[in-house]
Ligand binder design. Structure first.
Ligand code: PMP
Length: 361
């Protein structure tokens, strides 16, 4: 069988050793004679697993003690609703930076709960998409929070700095680049991420929230979105997605063995540079993002001859390079290269691209 590399934006590939371990203990987890997914979330062994996963995540991201880590449901979009309900009241304003389609979707959801103010929107200059200079953002010092998306999965735009919002709590959607580089958590009020890219399977989301924000929630926030309720119950107010939590724990262990987020940062730079060089080195492929804001995780590219898109995709699939179709709003191709994608996978894609260009260009 051809070796398959899966470039899906999410649910995305998971590290092979993690999948192998999950397979080996699928029917009999730690001598229980049943799967971990068949155990009570309140059983001693599951609670120990859950605590270890949290401790490993804290270690990987150096989460300070005055932050709670929540393992919850609802994915990224769940947090688009949870953030305003936990951090603001109905007539409050909040600042939103719109760098692409996910931060835009966060604004739309935010409109249900408060008055979002868009401080700046994705810009385009000489055909390249980017972000307006932060000096030009219209910040409101009285905003309940400032929300942004650190890496736009669809657009392929990633911030290379942490916004300075003074005393306004900073909220980051890191769904598609969490654990791919070190982050100074103390700069943030809330960091959240859907799991299905760099953490584990879908169904789980992780929220890191500064403790002093826990009493800012409005009265009518549903209990399962209420950070304080989740924190008080160790993320077990309701039944958490236990199997996803277990797999996330295996991913955290794997990340630690690899050398943690510093190693992932170096690897992501190497992998993305390899692909961008291949794109830039040819007139056949193009990426339309200002170089400074090019994502290390999601790399959209177009063919100079879009009539070849289908041939590219079907031949790539036949060569074991899966899920390269770009998001329907952008078109073309997109290669998602999260932590689990080995360098060899990106090399295989680059080799295929060069060969395709030679044959079809
Ligand atoms: N934010 C970002 C950056 C995403 O990439 C996604 C999903 N791809 C979401 C939010 C929405 O996540 P979910 O589908 O888990 O609600």
């Amino acid at each position: 069988m051809t070796k398959v590399y899966n470039f899906c934006a999410g649910p995305a590939m998971l590290p092979e050793p993690v999948m192998q371990q999950a397979q080996s203990e699928f029917l009999d987890w730690r001598g229980h004679g049943c799967s971990v997914m068949e155990l009570s979330h309140r059983s001693k062994d599951f609670v120990a697993l859950a605590e270890k996963a949290e401790a490993d995540l804290r270690e990987l991201l150096q989460v300070p003690d005055n932050y709670k880590v929540l393992f919850t449901h609802g994915g990224g979009r769940g947090q688009f609703a949870a953030v305003p309900q936990n951090l603001s009241h109905a007539n409050d304003k909040a600042d939103y930076l719109v760098t692409g389609s996910w931060s835009k979707a966060a604004v739309k959801e935010g409109e249900r709960f408060l008055h979002p103010s868009v401080v700046a929107e994705q810009s385009e200059h000489e055909g390249l998409k980017g972000i307006p200079d932060s000096a030009r953002w219209q910040l409101d010092p009285a905003a309940a929070f400032f929300h942004y998306c650190d890496n736009e999965t669809v657009d392929g735009i990633e911030l290379d700095f942490v916004p300075d919002t003074g005393s306004v709590p900073l909220v980051a959607d890191m769904s598609s680049n969490i654990l791919s580089r070190p982050v100074d958590v103390s700069r943030f009020g809330v960091i959240y991420a859907g799991a299905q890219k760099n953490i584990g399977p879908s169904g789980l989301s992780v929220v890191i929230v500064r403790e002093d924000l826990l009493d800012k929630a409005r009265q009518d926030v549903p209990s399962i979105l209420h950070y304080q309720t989740l924190a008080e119950h160790g993320s077990m107010f309701n039944t958490p997605p236990t199997y996803a939590w277990y797999l996330a724990g295996l991913v955290f262990e794997w990340l630690k063995e690899q050398g943690g987020v510093e190693t992932m940062e170096k690897l992501s730079q190497k992998k993305s540079a390899l692909l961008y060089q291949a794109i830039d080195g040819s007139d056949f492929y193009v990426n339309r993002i200002v170089p400074r804001y090019r994502s290390r995780m999601n790399i959209p590219f177009q063919l100079a001859k879009p009539e070849l898109d289908n041939a590219f995709l079907s031949q790539a699939e036949a060569a074991g390079l899966k899920a390269l179709k770009g998001h329907r709003s952008v078109g073309g191709m997109r290669a998602s290269i999260y932590n689990a994608m080995p360098l060899e996978g990106v090399q295989a894609l680059v080799d295929f691209m060069q060969d395709f260009e030679k044959r079809m260009g």
